[in-house]
Design a protein around this ligand. Structure first.
Ligand SMILES: Cc1ncc(COP(=O)(O)O)c(C=O)c1O
Length: 410
């Protein structure tokens, strides 16, 4: 029997998120969709507002006060992100507009310079479309996507993945945590084999980044990507971590201002990384907001968040598992706080619609993982996901609302 209490200050933290002042159809908001996008604390909102109202200008281009102040704040955020994920050097951090853009950057630049016809890339059935479609778009040059299998509980079968490595394998690109089911991947088990064979590993850390400590050196990966909006920061900014050697040798993804050394009509030379990958005016305010979000998460403590969210998961799982008609998809001990479920008597979109009437926000659908849904043999799930502001009361409201679904669809 697990304890009913945890000393994590979730209620206090909830008070730092203005969205929770809002009533939905006259009811308090119960937000159970953090996996789609996390809510924003005052500190992030205030920092973005301050950027626009007190410091705004373009960066890297002006020698005047505003520009140099904001350039410093932008570059300081690069240092902050680098320390947050323990990269060797801030120059290994590229700001993009999203994780999706970071993955497209990698697919384009790697396929242009490193991956050739008949080479193999290993993905898994757990991947988000953002780690499938960019590789397919590049498939004009006959790259083979090799898909690793899942275990019975739909977590990644790493032994199967490792057994799929051949002399043709040029890359492994894999999620750190499934956005649909919450399973966490043992990345080190993959990199320890891949590193021996000089196969680079990309980790899609979108879901893991706000829910557990990321140390790219310890993980041993070559690239790590995530989006700012999943870690309580603004939308419109993503992070691509790449080992220095890789970023130095990869060609740029987009061309434009700020990424060049010298331009003439005959020949252009490029700036060194990370500038080489940041063409044009970057998402300045979003990067600065991301810096505030990282401060926020670090002040709370990532290990404390992880422990509390595990506590929430276990309670929700146990209570939901006892309810009639509820089928939880893919339980394991090594999961983040995401629960996908179906009900025998109600379609996921009906569940989400009824929940909405109670002020509960959840996601229903394929969660941008159609191949995973096909593998499971369903088309959709209802998905709840927790953040650091969720409480045991939220779980009570969830359970009451599932009971209401059962009453409604008798
Ligand atoms: C596992 C995973 N990868 C990639 C993405 C894409 O992130 P974004 O839409 O922020 O680019 C998401 C977003 O839901 C995700 O959950």
């Amino acid at each position: 029997m697990i304890s009913n209490t945890h000393n994590f200050p979730a209620k206090e933290l909830k008070g730092q998120f203005p969205i929770f002042l809002k009533k939905i159809y006259g009811k308090p908001l119960t937000f159970l969709d953090t996996a789609a996008s996390a809510q924003k604390p005052y500190s992030v909102i205030d920092e973005v507002k301050k950027c626009y109202s007190e410091n705004y200008s373009n960066i890297h281009r002006g020698i005047y006060y505003l520009s140099s102040t904001l350039t410093k704040q932008y570059e300081d955020t690069r240092i902050k992100v680098s320390k947050f994920i323990n990269s060797e050097d801030p120059s290994e951090i590229v700001f993009t507009k999203s994780a999706t853009e970071a993955l497209n950057l990698l697919a384009t630049s790697l396929c242009k310079s490193y991956i050739n016809d008949d080479d193999e890339i290993i993905l898994s059935h757990l991947e988000h479309h953002a780690n499938i479609v960019p590789w397919q778009i590049q498939k004009s040059n006959n790259i083979k996507l090799v898909i690793s299998e899942l275990k019975d509980n739909f977590s990644l079968d790493i032994d199967d993945l490792l057994s799929k490595i051949t002399s043709k394998t040029k890359l492994i690109s894999i999620t750190h945590m499934s956005n649909s089911l919450g399973h966490i991947t043992d990345i080190k088990k993959i990199t320890s084999e891949a590193n021996k064979k000089n196969i680079p590993v990309i980790v899609d850390g979108c879901q893991y980044i706000a829910h557990g400590k990321v140390d790219v050196k310890e993980l041993g990966c070559d690239f790590y990507v995530f989006s700012g909006h999943k870690i309580y920061g603004p939308s419109g900014v993503g992070v691509l971590y790449g080992k220095k050697d890789w970023l130095n040798k990869l060609p740029p993804y987009q061309g434009g201002g700020d990424m060049i050394e010298k331009v003439s009509f005959e020949k252009t030379t490029f700036a060194s990384a990370p500038q080489k990958f940041e063409a044009g005016t970057p998402p300045i305010a979003q990067v600065i907001g991301l810096g505030a979000a990282i401060d926020f998460v670090q002040d709370v403590g990532i290990e404390e968040i992880k422990s509390y969210e595990k506590f929430l998961y276990q309670h929700a799982y146990e209570k939901m598992n006892e309810l009639p008609n509820v089928k939880i998809i893919g339980h394991s001990e090594n999961k983040g706080a995401i629960i996908s479920f179906t009900m025998n008597n109600a379609h996921p979109s009906d569940i989400a619609t009824l929940f909405d009437q109670e002020g509960i926000a959840i996601r229903s659908g394929h969660h941008c993982t159609q191949p995973l849904m096909n593998k499971i043999g369903i088309s959709q799930t209802a998905r709840i996901s927790f953040g650091l502001y969720n409480t045991m009361e939220d779980i009570d409201i969830l359970i009451q609302s599932i009971n209401k679904v059962n009453d409604f669809f008798k």
